[in-house]
Design a protein around this ligand. Sequence first.
Ligand SMILES: [Zn+2]
Length: 166
Amino acid sequence: MSYEPTSEELRHLRRCVELATEALEADDEPFGSVLVSGDGKVLAEDRNRVAGGDHTRHPEFELARWAAGNMTPEERAKATVYTSGEHCPMCAAAHGWVGLGRIVYVASSAQLAQWLAEWDVPPPPVRTLPVNEVAPGVRVAGPVPALVEEVRALHRRLHNPLHPGA
Ligand SMILES: [Zn+2]
């Protein structure tokens, strides 16, 4: 299953890919996310910041906590989180706990897991699960084929920097 985003959604997803690229260029893992209000305003954005050693510094987790501190429950329910890669279980749980609305992602957790397996990268310490396995009430859309290859290339660069085109 895949998702065909609107032009506005595609713009937010492109920003996520830009943030993921920034993360990679700062020696971090390539993930980026944007929080958009129900009326279409970009409220916050972030990228992965695990390079310092704290592996909970995922953008989706930061955005969930930002939302909890800065938005009413009604505002959170109407908001959308756009992200370059589907939320991991930690971030999906945070998203669910703070009552945020829809998620639109470029690459699915299943795709990322498949790429890592192809590249012989050891699996992460936390299992890869679809968001709805963790937070069943959240509306989720993705993957978005138009941008998946760009996201795959970023992860490829992370895991095999000598062969970025492979
Ligand atoms: Zn995460």
